[in-house]
Each structure stands twice: as structure tokens, then as C-alpha cells.
Design a protein around this ligand. Structure first.
Ligand code: KPL
Length: 303
């Protein structure tokens, strides 16, 4: 299949490279033309946790018109860049293009609703880091859940089912989720408990479990996020803290996406993660002091 990957960050490189290695024609859309040229020449250079190095050939460009309409487009930019990325990707989005959005957080969902007639949500627990343009370091492996938050046409369901099979064949275990809203909230809770703390503590995910003050804040932040989710009518995991600690262990060596963003001087997703818990908490009259603190502290890192 001809697959468009919008954004060559860690998740974009991971999914693009594995699809390419499985025999698909992968096109990466990158808003930076020099980096696109480099990726087009060099491909994606991967490093597996078992020490194995590999290379995956992809095509890359900064002009979506060169790619043209694709049956499947993976939107892999950060949540704050979603509106701009969808606008730039328009020439790739035909009448029968399925867009799968793979961002952390929930804040960009209304942006996608306004920009597209429908879109699928992907919630992935794959760990991946980027050490330079197109240089991918794989971390902990986890499932990718896919589904629609709103009604979608039959052909889009069929394409999503095909995508699940293609991902699994490519080495990225995937499933259709019976409740993708709950999956999105479970991931938001995990991200609210891990990402900002790793950015503030400047440590890999597993290290948080060894730091009592960080663990205490993780406990508060996940419980607040869980309260907001339950009050919103979402059937989240029964033990959100245990779920978050399990992800810390499974991705112990991984540097969270927010830590990577802070280290590289990029804007973080803290507003789409902890900020979203705070915003929804305010709407519901639920106090969220731990998330407020994490939000303020991470924003202050860039001030
Ligand atoms: O989603 C992640 C992220 O870094 O954004 C986790 C699950 C925390 C893995 O690092």
C-alpha cells in the first residue's frame, strides 16, 4: 500500500520504517525541506534494543503535492502542530484517504473534527526515540489500539481493519479497540503521570519509580486524571496508578517524548496532557492541583 507518514518524529519514523520493511511504499511528509531531502537519500536508520542496526528506505518530501492522494495517512506530529500539518497534507488526502491520528493527549481532537469529515484514533504504547534526523532508537514494545471516536463510513472501517493487520504483519502488534475513548483516556492518564515528571526530573521512565517525591506526584496526577475521566463517563482502567507504574517498568529505559522535547528545545505536549486534565477538571468542578503544578513547572522550563 502507498502510505503517507506526516511528521518524521520518533513515532513517524518507527511506523514508516516498519511499514517500509514490510514492503509498503512509504512517503514521509516533513515541513523541513532539508531534512526531507536527507531522509529521502538516507532512509531511516534504526537501532533495536537487542543491539541490531538496520536501514529502511522511504521517500520524503516537504511538498504533499509530490505524494498525491494515499489510501492511508498516519498523522504523527505533536498535538500542537496538528492543524498546520493537516493543512500542509491536504494534497495527500483524497476522498478515500483514512487518516489515523497518533498524538498523545486529547486537546487536538476538536481540531481534527473541524478539519476532517472523520478520522481514526491510534493509541500506541511503542517506545521510540530519535537521536538525529531519521535516526530511530527503538524502546519498549507495546500494543497499538485503533478505533473511531465518531461514526465512520464502511470503507473506512474496512481500511482500519486492514491497517490493523498490516501493522501486526510489520511487527507493530495492533488491535481494533472496542472502546477507543477509554483507551485514549487510559493513555492520557499514563502520560499525565509520566511525561511531565520525566521532563522535570530529567530521567528515563523507570527511574521515576525509584524517586519517592516523583512517585507521590505521579500518584496524585494519575488519580486526578482518573477522577476527571470517570466523571466524564469513561470506563477507564480500575487501577490507574498500577497501570502507569506498569508502563514505567515496561518502558524503563525510554526517555519520554516530553523529556526528548525539552532536551531538544521543542514545544512540549504538556498543555494537551496535564493541561487537558486541568481544563476538563475545571469544567467538571474537580480539583487538579498536581496536574496544575506539573503544567506550570514544565511551561516554566521554556520561559
Ligand atoms: O507515551 C509515552 C511518551 O513518551 O510519550 C510513554 C508511554 C510515556 C513512553 O515513553
Amino acid at each position: 500500500m502507498k502510505i503517507g507518514v506526516i511528521g518524521p518524529g520518533a513515532i513517524g519514523c518507527l511506523f514508516g520504517a516498519l511499514f517500509s520493511r514490510a514492503g509498503h511504499e512509504v512517503w514521509v511528509l516533513d515541513h523541513r525541506p532539508e531534512r526531507a531531502q536527507l531522509l529521502d537519500r538516507q532512509g531511516i536508520l534504526g537501532h533495536d534494543p537487542n543491539g541490531q542496526d538496520w536501514r529502511a528506505q522511504v521517500r520524503a518530501t516537504a511538498e504533499a503535492v509530490r505524494i498525491g492522494p494515499v489510501p492511508l495517512a498516519l498523522l504523527c506530529v505533536k498535538s500542537a502542530a496538528v492543524a498546520e500539518a493537516v493543512a500542509a497534507a491536504r494534497p495527500m488526502l483524497g476522498n478515500k484517504t483514512l487518516v489515523v491520528a497518533l498524538q498523545n493527549g486529547l486537546g487536538h481532537h476538536p481540531v481534527l473534527d473541524a478539519a476532517l469529515p472523520f478520522w481514526a484514533l491510534g493509541i500506541t504504547s511503542q517506545g521510540a526515540n530519535i537521536s538525529g534526523p531519521g535516526h530511530l532508537i527503538r524502546g519498549g514494545q507495546g500494543p497499538t489500539l485503533l478505533g473511531f471516536l465518531a461514526p465512520a463510513p464502511d470503507w473506512a472501517w474496512a481500511r482500519l481493519t486492514e491497517t490493523v493487520a498490516m501493522l501486526s504483519q510489520a511487527g507493530l502488534p495492533a488491535e481494533l479497540s472496542p472502546d477507543i475513548r477509554a483507551a485514549a483516556w487510559n493513555k492520557l492518564i499514563v502520560n499525565a503521570g509520566i511525561n511531565a515528571l520525566t521532563a522535570l526530573e530529567n530521567c528515563p521512565n523507570g527511574e521515576l519509580l525509584k524517586r519517592p517525591a516523583a512517585l507521590a506526584l505521579m500518584t496524585e496526577a494519575t488519580q486526578e486524571a482518573a477522577r476527571v475521566a470517570r466523571q466524564s463517563g469513561v470506563s477507564i482502567n480500575a487501577d490507574p496508578l498500577a497501570m502507569t507504574m506498569a508502563v514505567c517498568r515496561a518502558t524503563a529505559a525510554n526517555r519520554s517524548s516530553m523529556l526528548q522535547d525539552v532536551r531538544s528545545g521543542r514545544p512540549t505536549e504538556v498543555e494537551a496532557i496535564n493541561g487537558e486534565v486541568v481544563r476538563r477538571g475545571q469544567e467538571l468542578g474537580i480539583a487538579t492541583p498536581a496536574n496544575e503544578l506539573l503544567l506550570a513547572r514544565v511551561l516554566a522550563l521554556r520561559a
